[in-house]
Design a protein around this ligand. Structure first.
Ligand code: ADP
Ligand code: MG
Length: 299
Protein backbone atom coordinates (compact mmCIF):
# COMPACT_ATOMS: atom_id res chain seq x y z
CA UNK A 1 0.00 0.00 0.00
CA UNK A 2 1.15 3.51 -0.84
CA UNK A 3 1.54 6.02 1.99
CA UNK A 4 -0.39 9.26 1.39
CA UNK A 5 0.26 10.89 4.79
CA UNK A 6 3.71 10.42 6.30
CA UNK A 7 4.88 12.18 9.46
CA UNK A 8 8.45 11.40 10.51
CA UNK A 9 9.75 12.75 13.81
CA UNK A 10 7.58 15.79 13.12
CA UNK A 11 7.22 18.62 15.62
CA UNK A 12 5.43 21.95 15.32
CA UNK A 13 5.44 25.04 17.49
CA UNK A 14 3.01 27.93 16.85
CA UNK A 15 4.83 31.26 16.63
CA UNK A 16 2.92 32.57 19.65
CA UNK A 17 3.67 29.49 21.79
CA UNK A 18 6.78 28.73 23.79
CA UNK A 19 6.42 24.95 23.56
CA UNK A 20 5.84 22.53 20.70
CA UNK A 21 2.16 21.74 20.15
CA UNK A 22 3.00 18.60 18.16
CA UNK A 23 5.91 16.55 19.49
CA UNK A 24 7.85 13.91 17.55
CA UNK A 25 4.91 12.64 15.54
CA UNK A 26 5.47 9.41 13.62
CA UNK A 27 2.41 8.45 11.65
CA UNK A 28 1.75 6.84 8.29
CA UNK A 29 -1.66 6.66 6.68
CA UNK A 30 -2.00 4.60 3.51
CA UNK A 31 -4.02 5.22 0.37
CA UNK A 32 -7.66 4.21 0.77
CA UNK A 33 -7.53 3.87 4.56
CA UNK A 34 -10.26 5.23 6.82
CA UNK A 35 -8.71 6.47 10.04
CA UNK A 36 -10.10 8.06 13.18
CA UNK A 37 -7.94 10.50 15.15
CA UNK A 38 -9.11 11.06 18.69
CA UNK A 39 -7.91 12.50 21.98
CA UNK A 40 -8.98 14.97 24.65
CA UNK A 41 -9.67 18.60 23.83
CA UNK A 42 -6.49 20.63 23.29
CA UNK A 43 -4.25 17.61 22.57
CA UNK A 44 -3.37 18.84 19.07
CA UNK A 45 -5.84 17.08 16.76
CA UNK A 46 -6.78 20.20 14.79
CA UNK A 47 -3.14 21.24 14.64
CA UNK A 48 -2.30 17.85 13.12
CA UNK A 49 -5.14 18.30 10.65
CA UNK A 50 -3.78 21.75 9.70
CA UNK A 51 -0.47 20.06 8.85
CA UNK A 52 -2.26 17.57 6.61
CA UNK A 53 -4.23 20.19 4.66
CA UNK A 54 -1.46 22.78 4.40
CA UNK A 55 -2.94 25.45 6.71
CA UNK A 56 0.37 24.89 8.46
CA UNK A 57 2.61 26.49 7.24
CA UNK A 58 0.48 28.59 4.85
CA UNK A 59 -1.94 30.19 7.30
CA UNK A 60 -0.37 29.55 10.70
CA UNK A 61 3.15 30.70 11.32
CA UNK A 62 5.48 28.56 13.38
CA UNK A 63 8.48 26.30 13.46
CA UNK A 64 8.44 22.87 11.81
CA UNK A 65 10.92 20.15 12.68
CA UNK A 66 11.10 16.75 10.98
CA UNK A 67 9.16 15.72 7.93
CA UNK A 68 5.52 15.64 6.84
CA UNK A 69 4.79 14.35 3.34
CA UNK A 70 1.34 14.51 1.83
CA UNK A 71 0.95 12.48 -1.35
CA UNK A 72 4.73 12.56 -1.68
CA UNK A 73 5.05 16.36 -1.25
CA UNK A 74 7.03 17.70 1.70
CA UNK A 75 4.64 20.28 3.23
CA UNK A 76 7.48 22.67 4.04
CA UNK A 77 8.32 22.91 0.33
CA UNK A 78 4.91 22.44 -1.29
CA UNK A 79 2.69 25.21 -2.65
CA UNK A 80 -0.75 25.85 -1.17
CA UNK A 81 -2.21 24.78 -4.52
CA UNK A 82 -0.40 21.42 -4.38
CA UNK A 83 -1.89 20.85 -0.96
CA UNK A 84 -5.45 22.09 -1.50
CA UNK A 85 -5.87 20.16 -4.72
CA UNK A 86 -5.06 16.92 -2.89
CA UNK A 87 -6.66 17.39 0.49
CA UNK A 88 -10.29 18.41 0.99
CA UNK A 89 -11.30 19.56 4.46
CA UNK A 90 -14.70 19.82 6.10
CA UNK A 91 -14.33 22.08 9.11
CA UNK A 92 -16.18 21.96 12.41
CA UNK A 93 -18.00 25.15 11.52
CA UNK A 94 -19.16 24.79 7.91
CA UNK A 95 -20.44 28.40 7.90
CA UNK A 96 -16.88 29.60 7.68
CA UNK A 97 -16.54 27.82 4.34
CA UNK A 98 -19.43 29.61 2.63
CA UNK A 99 -18.86 32.62 0.40
CA UNK A 100 -21.62 32.51 -2.22
CA UNK A 101 -25.24 33.58 -2.29
CA UNK A 102 -26.58 30.14 -3.15
CA UNK A 103 -25.67 26.53 -2.47
CA UNK A 104 -24.86 26.09 -6.17
CA UNK A 105 -22.53 29.09 -6.21
CA UNK A 106 -20.74 27.84 -3.14
CA UNK A 107 -20.13 24.40 -4.55
CA UNK A 108 -19.00 25.98 -7.83
CA UNK A 109 -16.60 28.30 -6.00
CA UNK A 110 -15.08 25.45 -4.05
CA UNK A 111 -14.77 23.15 -7.05
CA UNK A 112 -13.30 25.72 -9.37
CA UNK A 113 -9.55 25.98 -9.52
CA UNK A 114 -9.13 27.32 -13.01
CA UNK A 115 -11.51 29.45 -14.99
CA UNK A 116 -13.74 26.68 -16.20
CA UNK A 117 -16.53 27.85 -18.52
CA UNK A 118 -19.98 28.00 -16.89
CA UNK A 119 -21.45 25.41 -19.25
CA UNK A 120 -18.91 22.85 -18.04
CA UNK A 121 -19.17 23.94 -14.42
CA UNK A 122 -22.94 23.51 -14.04
CA UNK A 123 -23.06 19.74 -14.61
CA UNK A 124 -20.09 19.28 -12.26
CA UNK A 125 -21.84 21.26 -9.52
CA UNK A 126 -24.98 19.19 -10.02
CA UNK A 127 -23.04 15.91 -9.91
CA UNK A 128 -21.18 16.85 -6.74
CA UNK A 129 -24.40 18.00 -5.09
CA UNK A 130 -26.06 14.73 -6.08
CA UNK A 131 -23.33 12.68 -4.34
CA UNK A 132 -24.31 14.31 -1.04
CA UNK A 133 -28.03 14.43 -1.86
CA UNK A 134 -28.21 18.24 -2.01
CA UNK A 135 -29.00 18.60 -5.73
CA UNK A 136 -32.51 19.89 -4.94
CA UNK A 137 -31.12 22.77 -2.87
CA UNK A 138 -28.83 24.45 -5.41
CA UNK A 139 -30.80 27.72 -5.49
CA UNK A 140 -31.10 28.05 -1.70
CA UNK A 141 -29.24 30.50 0.52
CA UNK A 142 -26.57 28.45 2.38
CA UNK A 143 -27.24 30.16 5.71
CA UNK A 144 -30.83 28.84 5.78
CA UNK A 145 -29.68 25.22 5.77
CA UNK A 146 -29.48 22.92 8.81
CA UNK A 147 -26.08 21.99 10.27
CA UNK A 148 -26.13 18.62 8.53
CA UNK A 149 -27.06 20.15 5.17
CA UNK A 150 -24.32 22.77 5.43
CA UNK A 151 -21.82 20.03 6.08
CA UNK A 152 -23.00 18.15 3.00
CA UNK A 153 -22.62 21.29 0.86
CA UNK A 154 -19.07 21.73 2.18
CA UNK A 155 -18.40 18.09 1.30
CA UNK A 156 -19.81 18.51 -2.22
CA UNK A 157 -17.35 21.35 -2.77
CA UNK A 158 -14.34 19.10 -2.16
CA UNK A 159 -15.45 16.18 -4.31
CA UNK A 160 -12.84 16.86 -7.01
CA UNK A 161 -11.37 13.91 -8.85
CA UNK A 162 -7.87 14.93 -7.79
CA UNK A 163 -8.67 15.26 -4.08
CA UNK A 164 -7.19 12.12 -2.55
CA UNK A 165 -7.66 12.80 1.13
CA UNK A 166 -10.91 13.89 2.79
CA UNK A 167 -10.34 15.37 6.21
CA UNK A 168 -13.19 15.88 8.68
CA UNK A 169 -12.48 17.87 11.85
CA UNK A 170 -15.22 17.03 14.38
CA UNK A 171 -17.92 16.39 11.79
CA UNK A 172 -20.42 15.46 14.52
CA UNK A 173 -19.97 18.56 16.68
CA UNK A 174 -23.07 20.39 15.42
CA UNK A 175 -25.26 17.37 14.72
CA UNK A 176 -27.85 15.49 16.77
CA UNK A 177 -27.35 11.69 16.99
CA UNK A 178 -29.60 10.91 14.03
CA UNK A 179 -27.97 13.47 11.75
CA UNK A 180 -24.64 12.20 13.07
CA UNK A 181 -25.46 8.70 11.87
CA UNK A 182 -26.47 10.15 8.53
CA UNK A 183 -23.12 11.96 8.21
CA UNK A 184 -21.11 8.86 9.16
CA UNK A 185 -23.10 6.82 6.61
CA UNK A 186 -22.40 9.39 3.92
CA UNK A 187 -18.66 9.43 4.68
CA UNK A 188 -18.68 5.63 4.57
CA UNK A 189 -20.46 5.59 1.20
CA UNK A 190 -18.01 8.11 -0.27
CA UNK A 191 -15.10 6.06 1.04
CA UNK A 192 -16.40 2.92 -0.65
CA UNK A 193 -17.59 4.49 -3.91
CA UNK A 194 -14.83 7.02 -4.56
CA UNK A 195 -11.80 5.33 -3.05
CA UNK A 196 -10.66 8.37 -1.05
CA UNK A 197 -8.42 8.24 1.99
CA UNK A 198 -10.56 9.37 4.90
CA UNK A 199 -9.32 11.01 8.11
CA UNK A 200 -11.98 11.72 10.74
CA UNK A 201 -11.09 13.71 13.84
CA UNK A 202 -13.67 13.14 16.54
CA UNK A 203 -14.04 12.42 20.22
CA UNK A 204 -17.54 10.96 19.81
CA UNK A 205 -16.02 7.52 19.18
CA UNK A 206 -19.17 5.47 19.55
CA UNK A 207 -20.95 7.50 16.87
CA UNK A 208 -18.05 7.20 14.41
CA UNK A 209 -17.76 3.43 14.98
CA UNK A 210 -21.33 3.12 13.76
CA UNK A 211 -19.53 2.36 10.45
CA UNK A 212 -16.21 0.59 9.91
CA UNK A 213 -12.91 2.32 10.78
CA UNK A 214 -9.54 0.77 9.90
CA UNK A 215 -7.44 2.36 12.64
CA UNK A 216 -7.76 4.71 15.58
CA UNK A 217 -4.95 7.12 16.45
CA UNK A 218 -5.12 8.29 20.06
CA UNK A 219 -3.39 11.61 20.80
CA UNK A 220 -2.46 13.22 24.09
CA UNK A 221 -0.41 16.36 24.82
CA UNK A 222 0.78 16.66 21.22
CA UNK A 223 2.00 13.07 20.94
CA UNK A 224 0.57 9.84 19.57
CA UNK A 225 -0.22 7.46 22.41
CA UNK A 226 -1.74 4.63 20.43
CA UNK A 227 -2.19 3.60 16.81
CA UNK A 228 -4.29 0.43 16.67
CA UNK A 229 -7.45 -1.18 15.39
CA UNK A 230 -10.73 -0.15 17.06
CA UNK A 231 -11.05 -3.62 18.60
CA UNK A 232 -7.56 -3.47 20.16
CA UNK A 233 -8.19 0.01 21.53
CA UNK A 234 -11.60 -0.84 22.99
CA UNK A 235 -10.27 -3.92 24.79
CA UNK A 236 -7.68 -1.72 26.46
CA UNK A 237 -8.50 1.03 28.96
CA UNK A 238 -6.47 3.63 27.05
CA UNK A 239 -9.45 5.80 26.11
CA UNK A 240 -10.79 6.09 29.64
CA UNK A 241 -7.32 6.59 31.11
CA UNK A 242 -6.65 9.47 28.74
CA UNK A 243 -9.81 11.50 28.99
CA UNK A 244 -11.80 10.15 26.04
CA UNK A 245 -15.18 8.58 26.68
CA UNK A 246 -15.28 4.98 25.51
CA UNK A 247 -18.50 3.62 24.00
CA UNK A 248 -21.11 3.13 26.73
CA UNK A 249 -21.72 -0.55 25.94
CA UNK A 250 -17.96 -1.22 26.30
CA UNK A 251 -17.92 0.47 29.71
CA UNK A 252 -21.04 -1.48 30.70
CA UNK A 253 -19.50 -4.82 29.67
CA UNK A 254 -16.24 -4.01 31.46
CA UNK A 255 -18.15 -2.94 34.58
CA UNK A 256 -20.02 -6.23 34.52
CA UNK A 257 -16.62 -7.95 34.75
CA UNK A 258 -16.61 -9.28 31.17
CA UNK A 259 -13.25 -10.04 29.62
CA UNK A 260 -13.67 -8.59 26.12
CA UNK A 261 -12.59 -10.53 23.04
CA UNK A 262 -10.29 -8.49 20.82
CA UNK A 263 -12.32 -8.96 17.65
CA UNK A 264 -15.62 -7.69 16.29
CA UNK A 265 -16.46 -5.52 19.29
CA UNK A 266 -16.34 -2.10 17.68
CA UNK A 267 -20.00 -2.01 16.67
CA UNK A 268 -22.62 -2.94 19.25
CA UNK A 269 -25.16 -3.79 16.54
CA UNK A 270 -22.88 -6.29 14.79
CA UNK A 271 -21.11 -7.84 17.74
CA UNK A 272 -21.85 -11.27 19.15
CA UNK A 273 -22.97 -10.66 22.72
CA UNK A 274 -23.44 -14.37 23.53
CA UNK A 275 -20.10 -14.83 25.34
CA UNK A 276 -20.96 -11.96 27.70
CA UNK A 277 -24.63 -12.72 28.31
CA UNK A 278 -24.36 -14.83 31.49
CA UNK A 279 -21.92 -12.46 33.13
CA UNK A 280 -24.04 -9.40 32.34
CA UNK A 281 -27.23 -11.07 33.62
CA UNK A 282 -25.62 -12.20 36.87
CA UNK A 283 -24.10 -8.77 37.36
CA UNK A 284 -27.45 -7.15 36.63
CA UNK A 285 -29.17 -9.42 39.16
CA UNK A 286 -26.57 -8.63 41.79
CA UNK A 287 -27.02 -4.94 41.13
CA UNK A 288 -30.78 -5.34 41.54
CA UNK A 289 -30.31 -7.20 44.79
CA UNK A 290 -28.12 -4.40 46.02
CA UNK A 291 -30.82 -1.94 45.01
CA UNK A 292 -33.47 -3.93 46.95
CA UNK A 293 -31.34 -3.82 50.07
CA UNK A 294 -30.93 -0.09 49.74
CA UNK A 295 -34.65 0.31 49.29
CA UNK A 296 -35.33 -1.72 52.43
CA UNK A 297 -32.87 0.35 54.35
CA UNK A 298 -34.69 3.54 53.48
CA UNK A 299 -37.99 2.02 54.57
P1 ADP B 1 -7.62 19.88 19.62
O1 ADP B 1 -8.08 20.02 18.21
O2 ADP B 1 -7.16 18.50 19.96
O3 ADP B 1 -8.65 20.36 20.60
P2 ADP B 1 -5.76 22.02 18.94
O4 ADP B 1 -4.86 21.49 17.87
O5 ADP B 1 -6.85 22.91 18.52
O6 ADP B 1 -6.32 20.80 19.82
O7 ADP B 1 -4.89 22.80 20.01
C1 ADP B 1 -3.74 22.27 20.60
C2 ADP B 1 -2.97 23.38 21.30
O8 ADP B 1 -2.49 24.31 20.34
C3 ADP B 1 -3.83 24.17 22.28
O9 ADP B 1 -3.08 24.38 23.43
C4 ADP B 1 -4.09 25.48 21.58
O10 ADP B 1 -4.17 26.56 22.47
C5 ADP B 1 -2.89 25.63 20.66
N1 ADP B 1 -3.26 26.32 19.42
C6 ADP B 1 -4.21 25.93 18.54
N2 ADP B 1 -4.30 26.79 17.51
C7 ADP B 1 -3.39 27.76 17.75
C8 ADP B 1 -2.98 28.94 17.04
N3 ADP B 1 -3.55 29.30 15.88
N4 ADP B 1 -2.00 29.69 17.60
C9 ADP B 1 -1.42 29.34 18.77
N5 ADP B 1 -1.75 28.25 19.48
C10 ADP B 1 -2.71 27.46 18.98
MG1 MG C 1 -9.94 20.59 17.38
Amino acid sequence: MKPVIEFKDFSFRYKSQTEDTLKHIDLTIYEGEKVLITGPSGCGKSTLSSCINGLIPFSFDGEIKGSCKIDGFEVKDASIFQMSSRVGTVLQDSDAQFVGLSVGEDIAYALENDNMPRVEMLPRVYESAKIVDMHNFLEQVPYDLSGGQKQRVALAGIMHDDVKILLFDEPLAALDPMMGNFAIDLIDRIHTDYNKTIVIIEHRIEDVLYRNIDRIILMKDGTILADMTPDELLVSDLLKENGVREPLYITALKNAGCKLESHDISNVFDMDLTPYKDKVISNFNQANLHHEVEKNEVI
